[in-house]
Design a protein around this ligand. Structure first.
Ligand code: PLP
Length: 382
């Protein structure tokens, strides 16, 4: 087998697309409007349609999408339940919005917050939870979690940074909770370089998002500030990139699913490798293709795949759990110490999983090569 070079990511813009982007950027420059104009508004409109929500608000990152959602829900002084297995932006947004974090363990089946943990850790001061759709997988316990949260009158915000186009019972991620935060970071299913989007069906929240995004201005044209907002706006060039991505979202997601299906087929019954089971009522857009190996060999698998086979495996989701991040030791008074803080399942998942390369443009030969390399690596190590 001749050694190949398979990177963690390739951006897949065709020659025609690049030509169109250049042309459109020229139009933007000629228009004289570089931020918050036609392209951003068209992007919002189309993204809302893609998710199936009434409203979508474009912002400059997934992190600000989370913070704005939390601020609009007046969480200051309250506590929010967050899975420890997420990107650090999720709990950080809670702290920036003036609330405290309660870290929760995850479920092995859903990679998302365990409902038992929510029941155990909720306090009188808890305003809501953030559900993170890890790797594009929506929790199949969604209905049970929603029912419990409704009964306790606490909200659910979706962290849908991984889940553009994922669905449960045919309903899209971003259209399930009170509000949802998407990221358009370059590794994500859809990208604008940097950028984010908040989706919601509630008009009151939508209006608050608009105000917060633009320095707390009730009316963008008048410098009267009524809320403690910030500059969370998106530029026209990012709006343009986003608009072009949503237009081809279906194609991008179908290609991701096709690659995942190939991996499923080729990796089935591989010794010393476990695949992630995705229930029939869940459609994942496969932000990540997750597999599990023995934790004692996980790091060696990564090394051999890179050194011997030239395959760079994409980052895990996640290999450093949030509750043990040094920053939260500095802000101890902002973390609510709940019962059961060993996060056993999160530790297990975190130490056993790997992500395989998956992006549009990855060829059939490259997928076969990756599978063969992984099988050979496992043979070497076990
Ligand atoms: C789960 C999760 N939440 C939030 C974010 C933050 O998004 P951004 O990088 O656009 O601020 C990310 C991005 O990496 C993420 O993966």
């Amino acid at each position: 087998m001749k050694k190949k070079n398979i990177p963690i990511l390739r951006l897949n813009y065709s020659k025609r697309e690049k030509h169109n982007i250049s042309k459109e950027i020229k139009n933007i420059l000629d228009s004289g409007y570089l931020t918050m104009s036609k392209k951003v508004f068209q992007f919002e409109k189309l993204f809302a349609k893609f998710v199936g929500t009434k409203y979508a608000v474009a912002v400059n990152s997934g992190t600000s999408a989370l913070e704005i959602s939390l601020r609009a829900l007046n969480v200051e002084g309250k506590s929010i339940i967050v899975p420890t297995n997420t990107f650090v932006a999720t709990p950080m947004a809670v702290l920036h919005a003036g609330a405290k974090v309660i870290f929760a363990d995850i479920s092995e089946k859903t990679l998302s917050i365990q409902i038992e943990e929510i029941k155990k850790k909720i306090t009188k001061n808890t305003a809501g939870i953030i559900l993170v759709h890890i790797g594009g997988l929506i929790s199949c316990d969604w209905n049970k979690i929603k029912k419990f949260c409704d009964s306790k009158k606490i909200f659910i915000i979706e962290d849908a940074a991984h889940a553009h186009g994922s669905k449960i019972n045919n309903k899209s991620a971003g259209n399930l909770g009170k509000a949802a935060a998407f990221s358009f970071y370059p590794t994500k299913v859809l990208t604008t370089g940097e950028g984010g989007m908040i989706t919601t069906n509630e008009k009151k929240l939508y209006k608050k998002f608009l105000i917060l995004r633009d320095h707390g201005k009730l009316n963008p044209a008048i410098n009267i500030h009524t809320e403690l907002g910030s500059n969370w706006r998106l530029s026209e060039i990012q709006g343009l990139l986003g608009l072009m991505q949503v237009k081809k979202a279906k194609k991008i997601i179908n290609e991701r699913i096709k690659i995942a299906k190939m991996y499923n087929k080729l990796l089935r019954n591989t010794q010393n490798l476990k695949l992630l089971k995705i229930p029939n009522n869940i459609k994942s857009s496969y932000y990540k293709y997750i597999v599990f190996v023995n934790k004692n060999i996980r790091n060696s698998v990564k090394k051999i795949m890179y050194k011997k086979f030239g395959i760079s495996l994409p980052g895990e989701v996640y290999n450093h759990l949030c509750h043990s991040q040094p920053v939260f030791k500095k802000y101890k008074n902002k973390i609510v110490k709940g019962k059961n803080n060993n996060f056993k399942i999160a530790h297990k998942i975190s130490s056993e999983h790997l992500c395989l390369p998956l992006y549009p443009g990855l060829t059939k030969q490259e997928i076969i090569y990756t599978v063969k390399s992984l099988k050979k690596t496992l043979e070497i190590l076990t």
